[in-house]
Ligand binder design. Structure first.
Ligand code: NAD
Length: 514
């Protein structure tokens, strides 16, 4: 049954767009395309709402965000169904997405008061001053989201932004607009202040209009290519941005790893959501001595997987039709350059369904090892040492997630991986722990969502000083004593040059437990 969304507050827009089931092509619904004018109106409403929402205490906002969470939990079946229909992922995966989305909302709600409390810090040499750090809402945050986790990814930014006292204008992907509308509809039902969380549907033009609009911060999640455009648009108004972009995440299997567990985790990490996760395992570097066993277990497990649109399927369709072409191109390029298919392969592609594919004999020159494939593909590469695995893992402009399986020295290996996150003896887990900051380096973007870092990302940090002790001398006057130079020089020597204060400080530092 098709859904027409009439409750979006846009009369004309610049057209409409249809959302379709990726599995069947059936039209699921029609939504307006918000143009510049409509986006500006939504931002203006969000600005009015921000005056009220931002003035509430953390305790008051918490009550409203709990109400939204409960409303979403009450209607979890509807949300999971919409995710399943628009994105195509199996219903169980859709419900798992609902769960992790609510987990980040819950965490931000409960954590905001503590993470954003005003702190007093040392005044350093400014004796007599009290130094304070406080956190304030920016105002209006634009959230631009992708289709692969259409509820979880926008919630990652929105939960922190809202809990920090901002209002949100959310532009969902053109492939999953109804999920965006559902989030806005439930927020409106649960939160008594209007327009705290709005959805503006549309395509890239709507996203571009929002990135150029008079918002105070932009949280973009999507491809690196679009991320660059968003950053350029944001530069016009010097709007700060958080960019959560693509990845080419490596998994390292060290010689002492539990090879069976590593192989099973690799299969899930590469193939869950049909490989359409920003933190999908896209490359595996396996120690030579474990390689053959690892490949055997991977092949055995992948053969058991069911692909399709039915409720028993574990691998759903590719959501974005153009992505099938990219996956095919990466596979054909790899085969042409000498890779071997052990399961699946390009010949098995059937419309939107790509069979889970395992490749060996891959090299770093192949597209499949360099560019984001974003499909159910697991390329395995044999390495002679952990150092080699690390060197090859880090030889990419991306740096989002990563994983290592090892018994000894796993933490050291993890620390040497150039990425925003590493899972040791598991895969992707960091993305589902809401108290951990999430984000990348390099072409994977910058800024953090989730955790205390996420709450502070959506806060304007304010430094305040206040005199609490009136001293006989002052640092902020031209009325200085004639020997000021000598006094300052003495201070420099005592405090920084090995003088008495410096030595006492050193002794105290040595006593402090680490
Ligand atoms: P995309 O870049 O094509 O689109 C993302 C959003 O940007 C959509 O809402 C789209 O309408 C909008 N958009 C398009 N052109 C725009 C423009 N010129 N200005 C502003 N907005 C514009 O990405 P996608 O295909 O929806 O998502 C897949 C990508 O997202 C993958 O690369 C994946 O790795 C990445 N991703 C990253 C994370 C993360 O947290 N790092 C999470 C999920 C997905």
């Amino acid at each position: 049954m098709a859904v027409a969304h009439t409750d979006l507050r846009v009369e004309t827009g610049i057209g409409t767009l249809e959302t379709r089931s990726p599995a069947t092509g059936e039209v699921i619904g029609t939504v307006p395309i918000f143009g510049e004018k409509e986006v500006a109106a939504a931002v203006a409403r969000a600005r009015d709402a921000a005056a009220q929402w931002g003035a509430l205490s953390h305790a008051e906002r918490r009550v409203h965000l709990i109400a939204w969470r409960r409303e979403l939990a009450r209607r979890a079946d509807e949300l999971a169904e919409l995710i399943h229909r628009e994105n195509g992922k199996p219903r169980t995966d859709a419900m798992a997405e609902v769960m992790v989305a609510l987990a980040v909302l819950h965490h931000a709600t409960e954590r905001a008061a503590r993470a954003l409390r005003t702190r007093t810090v040392s005044p350093g040499l400014m004796f007599g001053q009290r130094a304070r750090i406080s956190y304030h809402p920016f105002g209006v945050v634009a959230v631009i989201g992708p289709w692969n986790y259409p509820a979880f990814t926008p919630m990652g930014s929105s939960a922190s932004a809202l809990a920090a006292g901002n209002t949100v204008v959310f532009k969902p992907s053109e492939l999953t607009p109804l999920v965006g509308c559902f989030l806005a509809e439930t927020a409106a039902a649960a939160i008594p202040i209007a327009d705290v969380f709005q959805a503006v549907t549309g395509d890239g033009r709507t996203g571009q209009a929002l990135a150029r609009a008079a918002v105070d911060k932009i949280a973009f999640t999507g491809s690196t290519t679009t991320g660059r455009k968003v950053m350029q648009a944001a530069a016009e108004r010097i709007t700060p941005v958080v960019l959560e972009l693509g990845g080419k995440d490596p998994l390292i299997v060290a010689p002492d790893a539990d090879v069976d567990r590593a192989a099973e985790a690799a299969v899930w990490g590469a193939l869950t959501n049909a490989g359409q996760a920003c933190v999908s395992i896209e490359r595996v570097y396996v120690a030579s001595e474990l390689h053959d066993r690892f490949v055997d277990v991977v092949v055995r497990e992948v053969r058991k997987l069911r692909t399709g649109a039915g409720d028993d399927a574990q691998i759903g369709p590719i959501t974005r039709p153009e992505q099938v072409g990219v996956i095919r191109e990466h596979l054909e390029d790899a085969l042409k350059k000498g890779a071997r298919v052990l399961v699946g392969g390009p010949d098995g592609i059937d419309g939107a369904f790509v069979p889970p594919t395992v490749l060996v004999g891959v090299t770093d020159e192949m597209k499949i090892m360099r560019e984001e494939t974003f499909g159910p593909v697991l390329p395995i590469l044999r390495v002679e040492s952990v150092d080699e695995a690390l060197r090859r893992s880090n030889a990419t402009a991306f740096g989002l997630g990563s994983a290592v399986f090892a018994r000894e020295g796993a933490r050291q290996i993890a620390d040497r991986l150039r990425a925003g996150a590493t899972a040791i003896n598991s895969v992707l887990t960091y993305a589902f722990i809401p108290s951990l900051p999430f984000g990348g380096v390099g072409d994977s973007g910058f800024g953090r969502v989730h955790g205390d870092e996420g709450l502070r990302e959506f806060s304007r940090v304010k430094a305040t000083t206040e005199e609490w002790l009136r001293l006989p001398f002052s640092a902020t006057t031209f009325k200085v004593p004639a020997n000021a130079y000598a006094q300052l020089r003495g201070l420099v020597q005592q405090v920084f040059g090995g003088g008495v204060v410096d030595r006492v400080r050193g002794a105290l530092a040595r006593l402090t437990p680490r």
